[in-house]
Design a protein around this ligand. Structure first.
Ligand SMILES: NC(=O)c1ccc[n+]([C@@H]2O[C@H](COP(=O)([O-])OP(=O)(O)OC[C@H]3O[C@@H](n4cnc5c(N)ncnc54)[C@H](O)[C@@H]3O)[C@@H](O)[C@H]2O)c1
Length: 348
């Protein structure tokens, strides 16, 4: 059976979703592309599929010949559209961050459960082939019991989005570096190591991104995490980095410390392990190559379609993502109150 897809919002990430559906043409066909503010973007995307074009997302979810939608709009639109889509019986692939606050996230999850539809969040980093390989090593206990981790990310947001973008407006984006970027690694680390118990964060504003206003979105965040299993984590995120000072393939550093070794991704993925002879001579470069970002979104889209076909809960289901979003909102609360904040326990 071919699933009929509507793409809602035809900007940057939607182009990757479209590519994903094209790659999974054995399972799906895009039948309509919608962009409220740029009909040209919708037309260009629709051309590739011979799909219809509209500026109304309501018109898409009212169509009986649409089985599922990709929601690729700014975060303030996620809850109203995901709720309406579930009510109309549509399966939903919803971009990160799931929504603007915990209440909205829970409502989206409840609506999909009530409608018995698939709700998946676009946390594509879980499908990056190199992350899958690292998870296999961790699951094999290659560096023993994990005790600590560090991750960071260096980007320059003003070079990535035009000055009038929704991304600079807190009322539309819900936040800066944490909701837009750190949400990926928080989700990946939960996938690797389980739930985060408490957090402590300092957020800042550099003044280097004119679109951001003081008191608005953060373009720096430094935070600490205590996982339920005792792992201590440290993260640093900067949305105003002229250059990436630590040479990693993606501009994102990851270091994982075990009681029997270490894994890191500086100048490629490396491992040292006291347990595995071939890795015990010193830091050893792993045969893990960087794949294009599109590969992870292609795999994410295929997983979404397979879950609909097989009536399965996605790995990054809305229900699972509540733990990621609870961590995100705990980080904001910590930065505001200058206290250590417990992460809300969510249904898993
Ligand atoms: N998974 C990832 O790696 C990744 C990367 C980038 C963005 N994102 C997420 O994807 C979402 C979109 O980000 P983007 O970078 O593609 O933004 P974008 O600005 O490039 O595209 C958003 C599009 O949505 C359209 N739009 C806005 N409101 C609409 C509405 N009501 N109806 C129809 N269309 C509407 C806009 O006209 C625009 O074309 C955000 O939630 C963002 O966090 C995820």
């Amino acid at each position: 059976m071919t699933l009929r897809i509507g793409i809602l919002g035809c900007g940057k990430i939607a182009r990757l979703h479209a590519q994903g559906y094209k790659t999974a043409s054995d399972l799906a066909q895009v039948v309509v592309c919608c962009d409220e503010y740029s009909v040209e973007l919708a037309q260009n995307m629709a051309k590739e599929f011979g799909a219809d074009v509209t500026t109304s997302w309501q018109a898409v979810i009212e169509r009986s010949d649409v089985d599922a939608v990709s929601i690729c709009m700014p975060p303030d639109q996620h809850a109203p559209i995901a709720l309406a889509a579930a009510k109309a019986g549509k399966h939903v692939l919803l971009e990160k961050p799931m929504a603007m606050n915990m209440e909205e996230c829970k409502q989206i999850v409840a609506a999909a459960e009530q409608a018995d539809t698939v709700l998946m969040i676009g946390q594509n980093q879980r499908w990056q082939p190199e992350h899958i390989q690292i998870k296999e090593l961790l699951d094999r206990n290659a560096i023993g019991k994990i005790v600590a981790l560090r991750f960071d990310c260096n980007q320059f947001i003003s070079r990535m989005y035009p000055p009038d973008s929704w991304i600079f407006d807190k009322a539309k984006s819900g936040g800066g570096m944490i909701t837009q970027t750190a949400v990926h690694k928080i989700d990946l680390m939960r996938h690797f190591f389980g739930e985060i118990d408490e957090v402590s964060a300092f957020n800042g504003y550099t003044g280097l991104n004119p679109g951001y206003k003081p008191g608005g979105n953060e373009d720096i965040s430094a935070f600490l995490m205590n996982f339920e299993n005792g792992i201590v984590g440290e993260a640093f995120y900067l949305f105003a980095a002229y250059k990436v000072p630590i040479p990693t393939a993606t501009g994102e550093l990851t270091i994982i410390y075990g009681d029997k070794g270490v894994i890191h991704n500086v100048l490629g993925w490396h491992i040292y392990s006291t347990e595995i002879p071939e890795y015990s001579g010193g830091l050893t470069k792993l045969d893990i190559h960087q794949h294009p970002y599109t590969d992870s979104v292609n795999a994410e889209v295929r997983h979404f379609l397979e879950c609909i076909r097989d009536h399965k809960e996605p790995i990054t289901s809305g229900r699972n993502n509540l733990g990621t979003m609870a961590t995100v909102f705990a980080l904001y609360k910590s930065a505001e109150t200058k206290t250590v904040v417990k992460v809300e326990k969510t249904q898993q």
